[in-house]
Design a protein around this ligand. Structure first.
Ligand code: CUO
Length: 410
């Protein structure tokens, strides 16, 4: 079985093979080459949805089949890299691990191949966006990625652990997807041709390392479900959707030349990744916690009463940063910043609307303000598009407040 390793853990030989494979893939202008595969995700748009002639970006966001679409997509790229002699699976960038330094694989400008006299440009550091006549750019939000709270206090840890806590597949999916959006925003920042924009994200090779990491968290959730005695391959909340083949994997030639992703383009065929796609991760641990320890940690969280702000999210036609404050006092003028999250989007995205709330914990903010859940307070939202335009805060429904009583776990 092919192993997907932490990007820090590649041997020199494995690293060299990834460098060559990505370089050759970018030089490959066939329907299996980098530009063609990058366009599967967004632009130029391939998907007639709901019907021609309007074409949308094929990537599935804001829907329960987001994890399966992106799992297939990684397999598509992984197989293409292997055809160009990659020795390992797509490494993952474990962004949850707080670190001021990002893996050499995708940040170094150059790569010195041991058998070459001169270094060459690192093909994982940027790539052409041929249809737009541009190159990818980055604007790392290093303070967010390094997460000054660090470790168990960090934004990503809290978000992903709450996603992993969910036992209903669709609850997991909403939390997981919105948490994943943040890393797009923190890599792309204000750059348009970047990870932060739906149309161009997949052209930056770091997309693959990020999504390998996200697929690993999905795999971790599946392991947790198994550990809880639940079916890791079940999505009862989306029975209809998991039977519908995902585009463009279902298209066949000339778009999809990969017989495996073509054969298994139905989301329900994608759950069992080891059997279908023959890869695995080196470890399924988050901040060093394996599945039983993660469940222990999750149980501790459940034993506290918690309060959440709930957001009913839908497409905005752009990427956006949402911040929100808890406001109390006279005319609700005493506001305290309570949290933030990101939406990933673009004008070519398929319209989407979650059927359930994205929840963000505000227990500590209420405590700091001396508020109880049934006291009078408001949640005020500011929505800023990726290009800096402040959108009408009514672009999203007014958040609701959710109280979750403590649950006795054993
Ligand atoms: Cu489609 Cu990360 O989700 O890009």
């Amino acid at each position: 079985r092919l192993v997907r390793k932490n990007a820090w853990a590649l041997s020199p030989n494995e690293l060299r093979s990834m460098m060559w494979a990505m370089r050759l893939l970018q030089e490959d202008s066939s329907p299996n080459g980098f530009q063609a595969l990058a366009s599967f995700h967004a632009l130029p748009p391939l998907c007639p949805y709901p019907e021609a002639p309007v074409r949308y970006a094929c990537c599935v966001h804001g829907m329960p089949t987001f994890p399966q679409w992106h799992r297939l997509y990684l397999v598509q790229f992984e197989d293409a890299l292997r055809r160009h002699s990659a020795l390992v699976g797509i490494p993952y960038w474990d962004s949850v691990e707080p670190s001021g330094v990002h893996p050499f694989l995708f940040t170094n400008k150059t790569y010195q191949d041991p058998v070459h006299k001169f270094p060459w440009n690192n093909p994982w550091e940027s790539a052409a966006i041929t249809f737009a006549g541009k190159r990818t750019a980055r604007d790392f939000q290093n303070d967010r990625l390094a997460d000054s709270d660090g470790g168990l206090g960090g934004w990503q840890w809290k978000q992903f652990v709450f996603a992993l806590e969910q036992e209903d597949y669709c609850d997991f999916e909403v939390q997981f997807e919105i948490a994943h959006n943040a890393i797009h925003a923190w890599v792309g920042g204000s750059e348009e041709y970047s990870m932060g924009h739906l149309h161009y994200a997949s052209f930056d090779p770091v997309f693959l390392l990020h999504h390998s990491s996200m697929d690993r968290i999905y795999a971790m959730w599946q392991e947790l479900q198994r550990y809880r005695g639940l079916d890791p391959n079940e999505a009862n909340c989306a029975l209809q959707l998991v039977r519908e083949p995902l585009k463009p994997f279902s298209f066949g030639s000339p778009y999809n030349l990969n017989p495996v992703t073509h054969q298994y383009s139905r989301p329900e065929d994608v759950f069992d990744y080891k059997a279908r796609f023959n890869y695995q991760y080196d470890t399924l641990e988050l901040l060093g916690m394996d599945v039983p320890r993660l469940q222990g940690y999750i149980n501790k969280q459940k034993e506290k009463p918690r309060v959440f702000a709930g957001f009913l999210l839908h497409s905005l036609g752009t990427s956006a940063h949402v911040t929100f404050s808890v406001c109390s006092g006279e005319e609700y003028q005493e506001c305290t910043l309570a949290g933030d999250f990101n939406v990933l989007g673009g004008s070519a995205e398929m319209p989407w609307r979650f059927d359930r709330l994205y929840r963000y914990e505000i227990t500590d903010v209420l405590k700091t303000k001396g508020l109880k859940v049934d006291d009078m307070f408001q949640i005020k939202v500011v929505i800023t598009a990726q290009n800096g335009t402040v959108l009408d805060s009514n672009s999203l429904p007014q958040p609701t407040v959710i109280f979750m009583p403590k649950i006795q776990t054993c």
